[in-house]
Design a protein around this ligand. Structure first.
Ligand SMILES: [Zn+2]
Length: 281
């Protein structure tokens, strides 16, 4: 492994103190088939995935439009190919499309060359389906390998959003080039709080909106204090439930109250981070 992490980014445009990235993973049916291939023969289980690209996506896009917010959607290529209309609606609304695997299965156990072929393939396919350039990658379940960021840099990607080792964007120098890491954490992912299935591995109790609001608001405030990035990982089939989507408004209301918060797409944030390398060099 030949990575060096450098240059934590803690200054942002227009004097903003922190960054809020409300990102979405559009897993659709692959959320379920990647957990258990037998789910492909369970229509009711798969229907949760169809809510993702139907009513869930509609409600999320309406909420984002009402706030004038453009953001980033990570889409598995299988979902993009199966639900091309959903991708079109996202792109037409001005949002960014980024990589989220093929059928939502993790990368582990692949040799480096096989992983490089895999990521090149999904990048080409997603760019073809979305008719837009793809700059970044979030692995299913954030499950990258030690080679992933080098491969992304070799493919001229500008960012990865998978690691949990910082609250600031930072630059990663690899033997394939430089890219930005835009860190995540499970606490700002709606999955642990809202994902339920009738069988393992997601046989959990739901967390109420009040509890989620309390957690997310506290995290947002603390990250703002540290001049970091609050990267939310949301799913239209979870946070797009009728009673859940108010959480998006609550977070945005809270950020407005804080003030001095920047709301870039992931690609815009990565460009900002990479410009710091150019200015330093
Ligand atoms: Zn996912």
């Amino acid at each position: 492994m030949t990575e060096t992490n450098t240059a934590t980014v803690s200054t942002f445009p227009a004097g903003c103190r922190s960054v809020l990235c409300l990102t979405f993973d559009l897993d659709a049916e692959t959320m379920w088939t990647s957990k258990d291939p037998d789910n492909a023969t369970r229509p009711a289980v798969l229907s949760s995935g169809r809510y993702d690209v139907g009513p869930g996506l509609d409600l999320v896009l309406q909420t984002l439009a009402s706030r004038g917010l453009r953001t980033t959607f990570f889409v598995p290529t299988l979902v993009a190919a199966t639900h091309q209309d959903a991708v079109r609606r996202i792109v037409d609304a001005g949002h960014e499309i980024a990589m989220h695997g093929d059928d939502h299965t993790p990368l582990r156990d692949r040799a480096r060359s096989a992983e490089a072929t895999h990521i090149r393939g999904i990048k080409d396919k997603l760019e073809d389906l979305a008719q837009t350039k793809v700059d970044g990658y979030r692995a299913p379940l954030y499950d990258v390998t030690e080679h992933t960021r080098t491969i992304l840099a070799e493919l001229d990607c500008t960012y990865s959003s998978n690691y949990m080792d910082s609250v600031h964007p930072y630059l990663v120098h690899t033997c394939g080039g430089v890219l930005a890491e835009i860190p995540v954490h499970w606490i700002l992912d709606d999955g642990p709080h809202m994902l339920f299935s009738s069988s393992p591995p997601n046989h959990r109790q739901f967390i109420t909106n009040s509890q989620v609001t309390e957690m997310w608001t506290a995290e947002l405030h603390a990250i703002h204090e540290l001049r970091g990035v609050a990267t939310f990982t949301l799913h239209p089939q979870l946070v797009g439930r009728p009673s859940r989507r108010q959480l998006i408004d609550r977070i945005l209301d809270e950020a407005e109250t804080l003030g001095e918060v920047w709301y870039p797409t992931m690609a815009e944030l990565a460009q900002h981070a990479l410009r710091q390398v150019q200015e330093a060099g």
